[in-house]
Design a protein around this ligand. Structure first.
Ligand code: BGC
Length: 451
């Protein structure tokens, strides 16, 4: 049972959110347009034409949301800073009102006993930078480091650890290769420079944070990759997929080199994007922690499409979330143990920076929101995490996705991931059964370790 969960005494409990998914107020307080405002306004891009213009209205309701977090007894809160709120055109003029908002949020968190863990980029690039090529343009990495410096200068006296990027893999693939997310480019493998420039931006920003005595993390979307069969063609395909999804975003940080992408027929310098010295800039500052966002494993077979060296195939015989994602809690143990085995002493302490599931939650007649599927998802994954810790992996915290039902990117407002139900018409927040469950779990952990 969860009240017996064996996790270290300093283990940190949190929740995660992201700016565009909760803030709303896109035209307020001097914020500039982001690629998501522009993309979501384009017909056919987002389910039901939803945009993040209001989302959870967190910009105005942050005090209520911090109170909800305080009610959970959280140690930490992972949120993202909206670059276009702070630097409306991505470079140059700073918007004081934008920095003031995050300043107030940080103070409210600290007053509630919660350590802020900001992410500097969770996909909402200022549109002005996209107009110059976005992450395909090397220059964006340098603008990112400048923005990191000014946010750190404002908040670094109260915020000890920072996450540079959220899921550069998903941003590259969905945003630049497949066009499912903003900025909606469909470049397939020509999107690889967007991976490199994000990682370069990470390295430059990491140096800036380090100079200020701050801890540096990144939040990567990682997945254990399982070959569909033992057949060598399936195994080779799985190896290729693993290089693209996982190693491309961890090897340069932890080993100072890119993985072999020859199965994709791409040059190791991604068509000239990787310049001499770049890998030193990426790996040089080091990482104080690796953030891992885990949702599910991936099953891979030999290619059927000649354009790619793999095919993704369904994982059979397991429950699925409302999104249709397979529920495989042991995949988290497999992933964590696999990271430790792959990187050994080069692996910094890990924090789970996202894990959760979408459920079609609606309030019952008595106003409560029962969500047993979410509780069972979270409980299963925490058991798997505890097993990885028992197997010797250094995991320091768990931040569930998400505090609130929110704007789920191309799915608009249709996928509910929150511990707290949000009525998007009234903005009424109703804690779900999983909220009480998580609160009790955290309280039991704290009680066990202060005894
Ligand atoms: C992202 C979140 C997203 C979640 C659920 C992650 O890929 O970082 O922004 O809402 O998964 O899809």
């Amino acid at each position: 049972m969860q009240d017996r969960l064996e996790l270290p005494s300093g283990f940190r409990w949190g929740v995660s959110t992201a700016a565009y998914q909760i803030e709303g107020a896109v035209d307020e307080g001097g914020r500039g347009p982001s690629i998501w405002d522009v993309f979501a306004a384009r017909p056919g891009t987002v389910r039901d034409g939803h945009t993040g213009a209001v989302a959870c209205d967190h910009y105005h309701r942050y005090a209520e949301d911090v109170a909800l977090m305080q009610g959970l007894g959280l140690d930490g809160y992972r949120f993202s800073v909206a670059w276009p709120r702070v630097v409306p055109t991505g470079a140059g003029a700073v918007n004081a009102a934008g920095l003031d908002f995050y300043d107030r949020l940080v103070d409210a968190l600290l007053a509630a006993g919660i350590t802020p863990l900001p992410t500097l980029f969770h996909w909402d690039l200022p549109q002005a930078l996209e107009d110059g090529g976005g992450w395909l343009n090397r220059d964006t990495a340098y603008r990112f480091a400048e923005y990191a410096a000014l946010v750190a200068d404002r908040l670094g006296d109260r915020v000890p650890a920072w996450i540079t990027l959220n899921e550069p893999f998903v941003h590259m693939v969905y945003g630049y290769a497949l066009g499912i997310h903003a900025p909606g480019r469909t470049l397939m493998l020509d999107a690889l420079p967007a991976a490199h420039h994000q990682l370069l931006g990470h390295g430059l920003a990491a140096a800036v944070l380090r100079e200020r005595g701050l801890d540096v993390m990144i939040a990567n979307n990682l997945t254990p990759v399982r070959p569909a069969t033992d057949d060598s063609a399936d195994v080779a395909a799985a190896t290729a997929y693993d290089a693209l999804h996982n190693r491309l975003f961890t090897d340069p940080l932890l080993l100072g080199r890119y993985p072999d992408l020859s199965a994709f027929g791409v040059a190791q310098d991604f068509g000239g994007a990787v310049r001499p010295g770049d890998l030193d800039l990426i790996a040089g500052p080091g990482l104080d922690g690796l953030g891992v966002n885990y949702y599910n494993p991936t099953r891979i077979a030999a290619p059927i499409d000649p354009g790619l060296p793999f095919t993704e195939v369904p994982i059979e015989g397991v429950p699925r979330t409302a999104f249709g994602w397979p529920v495989v809690p042991d995949g988290l143990r497999e992933l964590l143990v696999g990271l430790r085995d792959r990187y050994g002493a080069s692996l910094p302490p890990v924090t789970i920076t996202e894990n959760g599931c979408s459920v079609a939650d609606e309030p019952a007649a008595n106003g409560s929101v029962p969500d047993p599927d979410r509780i069972s998802y979270l409980a299963g994954h925490l058991d798997a995490l505890a097993e990885a810790v028992a197997e010797g992996v250094d995991v320091r915290g768990y931040f569930t996705w998400s505090l609130l039902d929110n704007y789920e990117w191309a799915e608009g407002l249709t996928q509910r991931f929150g511990l707290v139900h949000v009525d998007f018409t009234t903005q009424r927040r109703t804690p779900k059964a999983s909220y009480a469950w998580y609160r009790d779990l955290i309280a039991a952990h704290h009680a066990r370790h202060t005894r």
